[in-house]
Design a protein around this ligand. Structure first.
Ligand code: AMP
Length: 444
């Protein structure tokens, strides 16, 4: 199916072609025709499925006819966060570039006076977070009785953020005859109740999260010679340096490892931050915001923390550990390569990960995942006994030394020397991967 088959206005098709889209995503193919018929739509879809366009496109189509009156927006889009609201407005600008639709944004961080002036002139589309919209309404700056279409985006996130009473209020201020396009990634009972109350015989369209791994994701593994965590961190740094990482998520199986990997990367001058359930909410929110804004380029996460996070498409996913549940592998790497873009996924596989790795292959239906050619990296690492693991950066800044001093460890250099001596000359027999912890301690 092509966008031309959906019966859209010529000007929208032109804008879509220029945006580089010719094939609707599944949620678009299902939702757009229903919305064009004027039906209410209940869309169950996550970010990354193309859901934003599935409501902006029919909205532009419908608003192409008619004009807005002062202080009476013709449509309202409610979004839980200002970033999401801003994303929706960008979508309108892109697909509506050949329409003269007017738009106001009522979100934090955008000048109240400017938006009020726009509202006073009349807007076709009002994009808002619920609280801001009610603020304007209560000041008598806004009338919702002319709303023909109301869109609710990411309703389940609004529920998490306590916005449901505000949304109910806003629904009740709009005409009963409005068309409603309602999107949520999940349908908890409270959201079900709202849709029963405010949607009228909706077309229910649903796209499941992809359960198989997308073809546009390049997957690679690194077969580690041992399960040494410090060597894993050195390998991770090499991968990040060698591949063009715009932004990436590094997954670890345990919270403790999330913290260690994050600290280590920060120490090596990477722009990285951890995110897991034990960190304060304010820190998590700030971290995510900075990651979305591109101020932080690497996020180190646990599976639980990453679930349900609204994270934009990332260029790389690194599996520092092979996930315990193979299904998590699919979820993890699904963070990259969204909506047809290309993505890259790397995974470190240690000898002890054999079973978990086999489970990943089984779940993804892959016979094998191509290994990265690491050249003589592991040999070099082994020869240097980990001393070069800091790479050029850290050696220059003397990080190793600082770390020893900071940790108050009085013997590390001796320990390291004896370890390097042993690694060089005589392999440790009988210990396998289970080298005593103190031998593995180093600066990274
Ligand atoms: P969304 O799920 O709405 O956040 O969209 C995810 C990404 O997919 C956005 O960056 C869109 O620009 C992109 N996108 C949406 N629809 C299409 C399409 N039909 N073809 C290609 N990319 C799309």
């Amino acid at each position: 199916m092509k966008f031309e088959d959906l019966g859209l206005e010529e000007n929208i098709l032109k804008a879509l072609t220029e945006a580089g889209y010719d094939t609707p995503t599944p949620i678009q193919a299902q939702a757009i025709p229903e919305a064009l018929k004027g039906r209410d739509v209940l869309g169950i879809a996550q970010t990354g499925t193309g859901k934003t366009a599935s409501f902006t496109i029919p909205l532009i189509h419908r608003l192409a006819q008619g004009r807005a009156k002062a202080r009476m927006p013709r449509s309202v889009v409610l979004a839980p966060t200002r970033e999401l609201a801003a994303q929706v407005s960008e979508s309108f600008e892109a697909y509506g570039k050949y329409h003269k639709l007017t738009m106001a944004l009522l979100i934090g961080g955008v000048s109240f006076a400017d938006q009020d002036a726009k509202l006073a002139r009349g807007v076709d589309v009002l994009i808002a977070t619920p609280g801001r919209l009610l603020d304007h309404y209560e000041r008598g700056k806004l009338l919702l009785s002319g709303v023909q279409v109301m869109v609710v985006d990411e309703a389940d996130r609004m529920l998490d953020m306590g916005f449901i009473p505000d949304i109910e209020k806003i629904f009740n201020l709009t005409p009963f005859t409005r068309q409603t396009l309602f999107f949520s990634a999940t349908m908890p009972p409270e959201i079900q109740r709202i849709t029963n109350q405010f949607l009228s015989a909706p077309a229910r369209v649903e796209v499941a999260r992809q359960s198989t791994t997308a073809e546009n994701i390049t997957q690679r593994v690194v077969h580690m010679p041992s399960g040494n965590d410090s060597l894993k961190r050195a390998t991770l740094r090499k991968l990040i340096r060698d591949t063009e990482v715009k932004n990436g998520i590094i997954f670890c199986n345990r919270k403790k490892n999330v913290d260690i990997v994050a600290k280590s990367l920060q120490k090596h001058d990477f722009n990285a931050r951890p995110i897991h359930g034990d960190l304060p909410q304010a820190y998590r929110t700030e971290t995510l915001q900075k990651f979305r804004d591109g101020e932080i380029s690497l996020l180190i996460a646990s599976d639980v923390a990453a679930r349900g996070l609204d994270i934009p498409d990332v260029s790389h996913v690194f599996n520092f550990d092979v996930p315990v549940n193979a299904e998590d592998y699919v979820h993890r790497i699904g963070r990259t390569g969204r909506a047809g873009r290309s993505g890259h996924a790397y995974m470190l596989v240690c000898p002890s990960d054999d079973k978990a790795y086999a489970a990943v292959l089984k779940t993804t239906g892959l016979e094998k995942i191509d290994p990265v050619d690491m050249g003589d990296f592991f040999d070099e690492e082994q020869k240097s006994g980990g001393k070069t693991r800091g790479g050029r950066n850290s050696r220059k800044s003397g990080d190793d030394k600082t770390h020893d001093q900071k940790s108050g460890d009085s013997k590390p250099s001796n320990e390291r020397r004896s370890r390097s001596h042993r690694e060089k000359d005589e392999p440790v027999v009988g210990l396998g991967d289970h080298v005593p912890a103190f031998l593995l301690r180093d600066a990274s």
